[in-house]
Design a protein around this ligand. Structure first.
Ligand SMILES: O=C(O)CCC(=O)C(=O)O
Length: 280
């Protein structure tokens, strides 16, 4: 488990370099179980390769992953990953998207891009989304390890789509997780081997932002009711700073049968005043 110093170190690297790698963050048995669960899901739901060049014609991506297998629930909550994200964003962050990234043999390299470029904020900006790429196989030069441009999260522009950029290949052993500021220039590599490259992308954003996947509508409520509370909060059953995301002054977590959730900021203000005897 990460110490507070480890968390600080990784959060600092994300701020300074735009990325960090947590080597062997995930227990090998869990890595194996997740791979098997992914293969089973692809098979049982007959999920084939993506249909756009950006996603990769030889790449299988399963979106809305939390609905397919309870084992996947452990991914966004992982104790060696989530605390680093919470240090860069905050404890009220949200899961933005969670999908598999399985590159088949012959998959070409993805264009270098960054994941916040459609958001109309001038660059550079504070980290607004942090992406965790989970390596479920060894990531190598040959099988399509993610390519990154270190420090590019501080550039004042996004990359030109389709242009060649010199990039570093983020090789890492299976079970490792690369976390990066999503403004970092990056892209999947080319898979020139006969084997599939298994990975997850698990991205988190601030609680005041719109999530990339609509998890409140995409995950059936019966499924979300079975999630651990922290996962429910991450999926958007939460209120940012007691203001953003409420339903008629109630925390949406109550929809999942939880006891009273967080107080709204205006109620909390009055409660504090009553406690401290401040004038209303
Ligand atoms: O597959 C990878 O290594 C990265 C994929 C990626 O960056 C994306 O699809 O946005």
């Amino acid at each position: 488990m990460l110490t507070d110093a480890d968390i600080q170190l990784h959060a600092g690297k994300i701020r300074d370099d735009g990325y960090t790698v947590i080597e062997r963050a995930v227990d090998p048995d869990l890595v194996e179980g997740l791979r098997r669960a992914l293969e089973r899901t692809e098979r049982e739901h007959a999920i084939g390769p993506a249909r756009t060049s950006f996603e990769g014609f030889k790449t299988v991506r399963i979106n809305n992953l939390l609905t397919y297998d309870d084992l996947f629930w452990q991914v966004p909550l992982h104790e060696n990953v989530l605390p680093v994200v919470e240090r860069v964003l905050d404890r009220e962050c949200l899961l933005s998207s969670f999908c598999s990234l399985v590159l088949g043999p012959g998959q070409e390299a993805q264009p270098i891009h960054e994941d916040t470029q459609l958001i109309p904020l001038p660059r550079p900006h504070i980290p607004i989304t942090v992406n965790a790429i989970w390596a479920l196989s060894d990531f190598t030069h040959d099988n399509g390890a993610t390519r990154i441009v270190p420090g590019s999260h501080k550039y004042d522009s996004a990359p030109q789509y389709g242009k060649h950029y010199d990039a570093v290949t983020a090789t890492m052993p299976a079970g490792s997780v690369m976390l990066f500021d999503s403004a970092l220039w990056h892209g999947g590599g080319a898979n020139n081997t006969d084997d599939r490259r298994f990975a997850f992308s698990c991205a988190y954003c601030w609680g005041w932002m719109r999530q990339q996947e609509n998890l409140q509508l995409g995950i059936p409520q019966q499924t979300a009711r079975r999630f651990p509370r922290r996962l429910q909060e991450l999926c958007g059953y939460s209120v940012y700073k007691g203001q953003f995301g409420h339903i008629d002054n109630h925390d949406p977590i109550e929809l999942l049968g939880r006891e009273r959730g967080k107080r709204m900021v205006w109620e909390a203000t009055d409660a504090r005043k009553a406690r401290t005897g401040e004038a209303k």
